[in-house]
Design a protein around this ligand. Structure first.
Ligand code: FEO
Length: 171
């Protein structure tokens, strides 16, 4: 049985994953309107992944005899000044999620909640992977430059990353 404190914290994380899914959907929409095909596919898939993350915690809470709450989702940002800024926003967002996952790990450790810790270990690894993936794209933008040709080349690469993603296999 989950403690009330852990249950509450997990519901807060469910809400953050739901917001992440919505935020990535908004990023995909902006990229699609601008014609950045690779990033469009990347963010649509990322949005699906975040929903999977939300559901992974959601099911866990109910299976652990807690009470999972379907969250209200705030309106995310829909306008971005540049291609680069979308990835910067995505990275900043992931860093925030990583921080909250680490805080959850601390809480579950303090409470000797080994089942929650086991769930969270997956998220610790996933956050590292997600941050690295977005940082790599930003590194390439720095290297190649974000002029028209640079963005075209990087967007093609981002499209390949998106094609290799299988959100259903993530969880
Ligand atoms: Fe589920 Fe990207 O945090």
């Amino acid at each position: 049985m989950l403690s009330e404190k852990i249950n509450k914290a997990l519901n807060e994380q469910i809400a953050k994953e739901a917001f992440a899914s919505s935020a990535y959907l908004a990023m995909a929409s902006w990229c699609e309107q601008k014609g950045y095909e690779g990033a469009t596919n990347f963010f649509y898939k990322q949005s699906e992944e975040e929903r999977m993350h939300m559901m992974k915690i959601f099911h866990f809470v109910n299976e652990a005899e807690g009470k999972a709450i379907s969250p209200a989702v705030a309106q995310p940002e829909h306008d971005f000044p540049s291609y680069r800024s979308v990835f910067e926003a995505a990275l900043a967002h992931e860093k925030g999620v990583t921080k909250s996952i680490h805080e959850l790990v601390k809480l579950a450790t303090d409470q000797n909640d080994f089942r929650t810790l086991n769930l969270l270990q997956w998220f610790v690894d996933e956050q590292l992977e997600e941050e690295n993936q977005i940082q790599t794209i930003l590194d390439k933008l720095n290297l190649i430059g974000d002029n028209g040709v640079g963005i075209f080349m990087i967007d093609t690469e981002v499209g390949k990353k998106a094609a290799a993603k299988d959100p259903a296999a993530e969880v």
